[in-house]
Write a protein that binds this ligand. Structure first.
Ligand code: NAD
Length: 293
């Protein structure tokens, strides 16, 4: 039987995933709070619904791509209130970067009601979402992963089932804490290189064949810094959110992370000069392209 898929949250990531799923033959229903996002997805032949509960009512598998854990909780609460779960068993694939503790609570609540919930945060940016080549790190029951597999395979090239509920978000926060630090350290390294007389492109050629490399030096700098576009589709606000969540997780786990704490201060608006809506790549503005208010 063909799976009906829902996508809730049609921003930089969700819109790409909805189009990818539709392009791969799934019947997709979608919702976003923003009318413009709903209108844009409808132009791609995807059924834009009037509420998240409407999407959940018609879908078997629902992909969530929302800014915060609070939005995920509110969406599921509203769906219970609207009796959207009466139409059959649902499995949620929550691709939002979120709190592990909230993922565990939602998974327990939904499982009690006969439904499934996977925390499945993603890596790979809007380009990965649009091309179905994301990486996803999953927390939750194997049974739900296997039922959701066709949808996971459509949106992600790499699927890692990390462990029980919450494990996906722990892995994601640890990953993004490194991204935040690598952006800062790679920017400093490139500034030093240019100030000392070696152009960033030449330094990157070496680093990317040597031990200082990371995805930031291998992908982000060559793609969005060397051409000065500084436009990856991931916002400074989301980077700050991830650092905040990583530091909260550290506190819960009794870990002290002095480097991450310093990095979080350097990403703050007053230090970085970046608004929430600015692309996070603007922190690597080696050539002074960005004018701050
Ligand atoms: P975004 O801000 O571009 O999009 C979020 C969308 O959700 C917006 O269109 C907004 O209108 C909608 N929205 C907000 N509250 C809603 C609600 N209650 N109901 C329905 N729609 C609602 O964000 P994004 O960049 O697409 O990121 C989405 C999630 O994916 C975040 O958790 C983010 O941390 C994560 N993520 C983003 C990237 C990236 O490169 N952008 C990469 C990996 C993970």
């Amino acid at each position: 039987m063909a799976l009906n898929v829902g996508v809730i949250g049609l921003g930089a990531m969700g819109a790409g995933m909805a189009r990818t799923l539709s392009g791969k033959g799934f019947a997709v229903s979608a919702y976003d709070l923003a009318e413009t996002a709903r209108a844009q997805i409808a132009e791609h032949g995807i059924a834009a619904r009037d509420s998240a509960a409407d999407v959940i009512a018609v879908a078997d598998i629902i992909v969530l791509s929302l800014p915060l854990a609070r939005h995920v909780q509110e969406t599921i609460d509203a769906a219970f209130d609207a009796n959207a779960f009466d139409t059959g068993r649902k499995i949620f694939i929550d691709t939002s970067t979120s709190e592990a503790s909230v993922s565990r609570q939602l998974a327990a609540r939904l499982q009690q009601a006969g439904h499934g919930f996977l925390d499945a945060p993603v890596s790979g940016g809007p380009q990965g979402a649009a091309s179905g080549s994301l990486s996803t790190m999953i927390g939750g029951e194997e049974e739900f992963v296997s039922t959701a597999r066709p949808v996971l395979d459509a949106i992600a090239a790499k699927i890692i089932h990390v462990g029980p509920s919450g494990a996906g978000n722990i892995a994601k926060l640890v990953n993004n804490m490194l991204v935040a630090c690598h952006m800062l350290t790679t920017t400093e390294a490139m500034r030093l290189s240019e100030a000392a007389g070696l152009p960033a492109e030449d330094a990157l050629r070496v680093i990317n064949s040597a031990t200082g490399r990371s995805a930031i030096s291998e992908v982000h700098f060559p793609t969005w810094v060397l051409d000065n576009s500084l436009n990856s589709g991931f916002s400074a606000g989301l980077m700050r959110k991830d650092m905040k969540l990583a530091l909260e997780l550290a506190q819960e786990a009794g870990c002290t992370l002095p480097v991450a704490e310093l990095a979080a201060r350097l990403w703050a608006p007053e230090q970085s000069g970046l608004k929430d809506s600015d692309d996070f790549m603007q922190i690597a503005d080696l050539r002074g392209k960005v004018e701050h208010d």
